[in-house]
Design a protein around this ligand. Structure first.
Ligand code: SF4
Length: 441
């Protein structure tokens, strides 16, 4: 190749026409683990369910790793699919063989088939998969993660698919019973049940649960409460029977009382008794909040879980300024009341489908005393010397609802705020390699 034939690059012109660098322009890098994890988590926790996952070995490795990291107690059955098998059209046979293998495992009563990006793009004919093997139901759960953008929403896909299969549309309704929807701290349904019983109702079942029978039982509830707003399809399945739906959750002083009254109306409970119980809950919360335990603190809430707005409500009621709340889920009607409440109480920005860059921008914009965030945003805040914790590990392992959950959550936030001197010492220790001290410290 002569010099004249060589491709020529005019760097002067390119530099002139290049777009100026924008720090948050690219948001295409991975923002979270594969969303399909949410579906695997729900399905692998159901006793008697043996998931068969149809995907290639790369997805299988990552999703198996993270599922067992979060304490799944069973193996995931999957065909060995690499490029050779996929390109030679063996995916159908391989999927069917995996389903048969899953059905043969010990104590299996149902085989959820998890179809991921690779299966969908490689042409798996899902309609040809068996509906049953040896009398055991086979339930297709489609979670191509390119189309489902967060792991909470993948939980909804998995739960609704299972519910459609096991829900009995002709089941007799058990009067005054409530179905709770949300992957909540185990003590919360017990606390809610205790309060409902004082009003004359009770919790029938909480989904997602640990047993297939609970899916069938859910079809007998007189009303359904979507404690987590992203269970839209699941709620829609139950709604087809005509049951009432209560959106929101028993959160904080305002939220708990309003939720109890809404449940009372949906279950047709005695109005006076409901009013008395709701007032008692409100009074307990009011007494605790009178001291405004978080007054003066500015707190950011950011997470992958889809229930961030509930925590933000508690912090606001505790007296904190919470200007920014972000979540991985998309906007939806079941979350609308919480969003409206937050915006009416000083929250300036509620960010759905947030990215790490959104959170970083917020950390720079406001002066936070505490960041409750994702792994990445909490790490970013710590580098700036701001007390920060990982939302999932710290908050999701505590009760949240009614006055008891509210007191536990706010007390924890108080404790975290008291750690500011530790962060000051950390910055001093690393002062030669760390960014400048945060202005609040
Ligand atoms: S290819 Fe799809 S299913 Fe597989 S890990 Fe990536 S996002 Fe998840």
């Amino acid at each position: 190749m002569t010099e004249q034939q060589s491709p020529s690059f005019d760097t002067t012109d390119q530099t002139a026409s290049r777009e100026p660098f924008q720090e948050s322009a690219c948001k295409l890098h991975p923002q979270t683990m594969c969303p399909a994890f949410g579906a695997l988590r729900v399905l692998s926790r159901i006793e008697g369910a043996q998931p068969a996952m149809v995907t290639d070995q790369g997805c299988l490795y990552g999703l198996t790793f993270v599922t067992h990291f979060y304490a799944a107690r069973k193996s995931i059955v999957a065909p060995a699919l690499g490029s050779t098998e996929l390109s030679s059209g063996q995916i159908q046979e391989a999927a069917e063989a995996a389903i048969v293998e899953a059905a043969r495992a010990d104590n299996v009563s149902v085989v959820p088939v998890i179809s991921l990006c690779v299966a969908e793009t490689a042409g798996l004919a899902e309609e040809l998969l068996p509906m049953e093997i040896d009398g055991k139901p086979v339930v297709l759960v489609r979670v191509p993660a390119y189309a489902i953008h967060s792991h909470p929403e993948a939980k909804d896909v998995a739960l609704s698919a299972m519910l459609r299969r096991f829900n009995d549309a002709d089941a007799v309704t058990e009067e005054k019973t409530l179905v709770l929807i949300g992957e909540v701290f185990p003590a919360d349904p017990l606390l809610i049940d205790g309060v409902l019983r004082k009003m004359g109702g009770r919790v029938l079942v909480t989904l997602p649960g640990r047993h297939v029978d609970e899916l069938t039982l859910a079809g007998r509830g007189a009303a359904v409460a979507a404690l987590h707003s992203y269970y839209r399809e699941t709620v829609a399945v139950l709604r087809e029977r005509g049951v009432g739906v209560i959106s929101g959750a028993p959160i904080g002083m305002n939220g708990s009382a309003a939720w109890l009254r809404a449940v009372g109306a949906a279950l047709d409970l005695d109005e006076d008794v409901v009013a008395q119980v709701a007032d008692e809950e409100e009074q307990k919360a009011r007494e605790f909040l009178a001291a405004r335990p978080l007054a003066g603190a500015t707190i950011m809430v950011s997470g992958y879980e889809g229930n961030e707005m509930l925590y933000a409500r508690l912090l606001v009621e505790g007296g904190a300024h919470v200007p920014y709340v972000s979540t991985s889920i998309g906007p939806n009607m079941l979350a609308a009341a919480d969003e409206a409440w937050l915006k009416a109480h000083g929250v300036e920005e509620v960010m759905y489908r947030k990215t790490l860059e959104d959170d970083q921008r917020a950390i720079k914009r406001w002066t936070f005393d505490l960041v409750i965030g994702t792994t990445a945003s909490a790490a970013y805040a710590k580098e700036l010397g701001i007390p920060a914790v990982y939302f999932t590990n710290i908050l999701s392992v505590r009760p949240l609802f009614l006055s008891g959950g509210m007191i536990a959550s706010i007390a924890m936030a108080q404790d975290l705020l008291n750690r500011r001197p530790i962060y000051r010492r950390m910055l001093d220790f690393f002062k030669d390699v760390q960014p400048p001290l945060h202005p609040r410290l």
